[in-house]
Design a binder for this molecule. Structure first.
Ligand code: PGA
Ligand code: ZN
Length: 419
């Protein structure tokens, strides 16, 4: 089967929030691969640029026709004729063609669409499943399921953006997902009884967006839901949060749980939360994305037992990850391929993180699509964890369902991380 790229083209489609995004197809003579780019809401300041048209007459300025035409008119000319299995070569051309440090010229959305669609096409050319093509690992990641949505992903008062359940005490991914779905439904029942029926409306990532004001009440609700479903906190399920703290930071102060705090006060706030909920094992972006120092203090205090995760802090960018290494600001990387724009650069970010024996969470965006690419990526690369929302809403469930298929395909060889 020929591996030569014959055609590359993109189109504008919609994401899970109903905003336009880029879908790309990369064709060889006999097959093709496609990819749809996701989009964040609480985006990091240092992420690669998501190119939007800014034309108020279309999609309130959010159209992506420029990014689409960058694929169709500019990128395709250089990529057609290349070997689709030469991922590094393709990504190098994409990076050079853009020529800016943040992919501001062609757009990271245009570039990633081609990079990831090429991998899909290449897997088909080689007759492999995508996860097999991407890497050798056969481990199923532990999911962090975001079942209560706050911050920018919901319309309530919770400052902390994500409250996640982590099913660690299970033998297989399938069992872990089943139990998580049970907890999700028992949470729905609990929230409805305690906070009223408007509390079971869902946010951007499929989690509930209840009328809860304080983080500890959200974690208490998760505790109740886990118990009501017949499971034990600290045995079957643990907790994770994503503060996305840059979103509630202004002029040196964080506004959380109806209080203004400086970084030291916020650190104490987290320490108390951990004291009250020892099963809280992972805290993402606890401080502003520029405050590597505050992250370091947190690692010194709790880094030996808790995952301190960099998302907006490091934006899947090796320079920022290196700074986090130099300052010991985290011990886990959140990896989002559209924060950096090519698979090769995302892999470099992964490898640099692994050189520290740190863990990696491969993550979706709050604006997602039906594309399950990151499920394959998390298995192929062997990421310990995956963050892909609640076990509800098709754009989230698409990834979980793909992980179920992969586990089945791997059969005896499959191993559930339980990390
Ligand atoms: P985003 O949120 O996709 O809106 O940036 C996800 C996250 O912060 O992890
Ligand atoms: Zn985050």
């Amino acid at each position: 089967m020929s591996a030569i790229i014959k055609k590359v083209f993109a189109r504008e489609v919609l994401d899970s929030r109903g905003n336009p995004t880029v879908e790309c197809e990369v064709h060889t003579d006999s097959t093709f691969g496609k990819f749809i780019v996701p989009s964040g809401a609480s985006t990091g300041q240092f992420e690669a640029v998501e190119l939007r048209d800014g034309d108020p007459k279309r999609f309130h300025g959010k159209g992506v026709l420029k990014a689409v035409s960058n694929v169709n008119e500019i990128i395709s000319q250089k990529i057609v004729g290349m070997d689709v299995t030469d991922q590094e070569g393709i990504d190098k051309v994409l990076i050079e063609l853009d020529g800016t440090p943040n992919k501001g010229k062609l757009g990271a959305n245009a570039i990633l669409s081609v990079s990831a669609a090429s991998a899909r096409a290449a897997a088909k050319v080689k007759g492999q499943h995508l996860f097999e093509y991407l890497g050798n690992s056969k481990r199923l990641p532990t999911p962090l399921l975001n079942v209560i949505n706050g911050g920018k992903h919901a319309g309530g008062k919770l400052a902390i953006q994500e409250f996640m359940i982590v099913p660690k005490g299970f033998e297989t991914f399938r069992e872990a997902l089943r139990a998580s779905s049970e907890v999700y439904h028992s949470l729905k029942k609990y929230l409805k009884t305690k906070y009223g029926s408007s509390s079971i409306n869902v946010g951007d990532e499929g989690g509930f967006a209840p009328q809860i004001d304080f983080a500890k009440d959200a974690l208490s609700a998760l505790t109740e839901a886990i118990n009501n479903a017949g499971y034990e906190v600290g045995e079957h399920f643990f907790f994770a949060i994503d503060s996305a703290a840059s979103e509630f930071y202004e002029n040196g102060k964080y506004f959380v749980d109806e209080k203004y705090m400086d970084a030291d006060e916020l650190l104490n706030y987290y320490l108390e939360l951990i004291d009250d909920f020892p099963a809280l094992i992972s805290i993402e972006d606890p401080f502003d994305e520029n405050d590597f120092e505050a992250f370091s203090k947190m690692v010194k205090k709790v880094g030996s037992t808790k995952a301190i995760v960099g998302d907006d802090l490091t934006v899947t960018n090796v320079e920022r990850i290196q700074k986090a290494i130099d300052m010991q600001s985290m011990n886990y990387l959140l990896l989002k391929i559209n924060q950096i724009g090519t698979l090769t650069e995302a892999k470099n970010a992964f490898n640099l993180t692994k050189s520290q024996n740190w863990g990696v969470v491969i993550s979706h965006r709050s604006g997602e699509t039906e594309d399950p690419f990151i499920a394959d990526l998390s298995v192929g690369w062997g990421a310990e964890r995956i963050k892909t929302g609640a076990p509800a809403r098709t754009e989230r469930v698409a990834k979980y369902n793909q992980l179920l298929r992969i586990e089945e395909l791997l059969g005896e060889e499959a191993k559930y991380y339980n990390q």
